[in-house]
Unconditional design. Structure first.
Length: 292
């Protein structure tokens, strides 16, 4: 019972943190390009994790490093750029809604590739949640017809990477400490991120004269510390204490948080989207409810 309550607390905290990350990306785009956001987010997070978790690297068995490399690329490096690129054309709330495909892809990849079984109730819960997500997407496209939904492909690709990552953690990194996983991920990706930042024209006089830069850097710092570094440690712990499907269910609650931020920032939202959000929550409950 105690573990059950703890994992729900982790889920809710992560939903609030990650649900707020989409508006932070949107605000960062005011003074930074998508490639600068992805690179800075990776660098800031990597420096923070290496400062606090470098001692944990010694506890990692050499057989785990290839999975940490793959986990870092799929779960952190590539999506950091893809989400920023997508938000140049799509509202932050809609982006978070598309991110709800993660649980569905987690089940599909877990079964097809990683041989991790899911029961019928989990599948049904994910489908119900996906229906709620589809309603949110359709209604969002009606309210915002000027948005380029081709950029949704970046988010869909990211959800496949996140789904693969959560299964990799559960199958191959189950016995590695969460801080060690997070730090190990960034050992591989901080240098590529620095290279991208150098070639993004970030270190130019014209860019440093941009009056929107200080505020954008503040948002990206908050995103890196809370939305990436802290959140990843919590997420890896959640995967280990629960199941891949339960952990990925965080992406079903995140849109509700993101929609609230979106409304406060002037994005459109109506009663049908509210009902769809409630449907998503029911899907999460059903997918993770224990048998009587």
């Amino acid at each position: 019972m105690k573990n059950l309550n703890v994992k729900w607390i982790y889920l809710l905290v992560l939903s609030i943190i990650w649900g707020s990350s989409f508006i932070l990306i949107k605000k960062s785009l005011i003074g930074l390009t998508p490639y600068q956001i992805g690179a800075l987010r990776t660098l800031f997070t990597g420096i923070l994790l290496l400062a606090f978790g470098y001692k944990k690297l010694k506890t990692i068995h050499k057989s785990k490093w290839k999975w940490l490399l793959l986990s870092g690329l799929l779960g952190s490096f590539i999506p950091a750029f893809f989400f920023a690129i997508a938000e140049t054309e799509i509202d932050s709330a809609v982006t978070s809604i598309l991110n709800s495909l993660v649980p569905l892809n987690t089940i599909l990849l877990g079964f097809a590739v990683f041989k991790i079984a899911s029961n019928k109730r989990q599948v049904l819960g994910v489908i119900i949640g996906f229906i709620g997500t589809a309603i949110l997407i359709l209604k969002g496209s009606e309210l915002n017809p000027d948005q380029n939904y081709l950029y949704a492909g970046y988010i869909i690709a990211s959800t496949l990477m996140y789904a693969a990552n959560v299964n990799i953690i559960k199958r191959y990194l189950q016995d590695v400490k969460p801080l060690a996983i997070a730090t190990g991920n960034y050992v591989f990706i901080v240098i590529p991120a620095l290279i991208v930042l150098i070639f993004s024209d970030f270190f130019t006089i014209e860019h440093f004269k941009n009056p929107a830069l200080p505020e954008a850097l503040m948002y990206i710092t908050i995103l890196s510390v809370f939305g990436t570094a802290l959140a990843k440690i919590l997420f890896f712990r959640l995967v280990q204490m629960s199941t891949p499907v339960f952990a990925s269910s965080v992406t079903y609650i995140m849109p509700i948080v993101a929609l609230v931020w979106g409304v406060l920032d002037g994005e459109s939202f109506n009663s049908i989207q509210l009902l769809a959000s409630l449907l998503i929550l029911f899907g999460v409950y059903l997918a993770n409810r224990k048998k009587a």
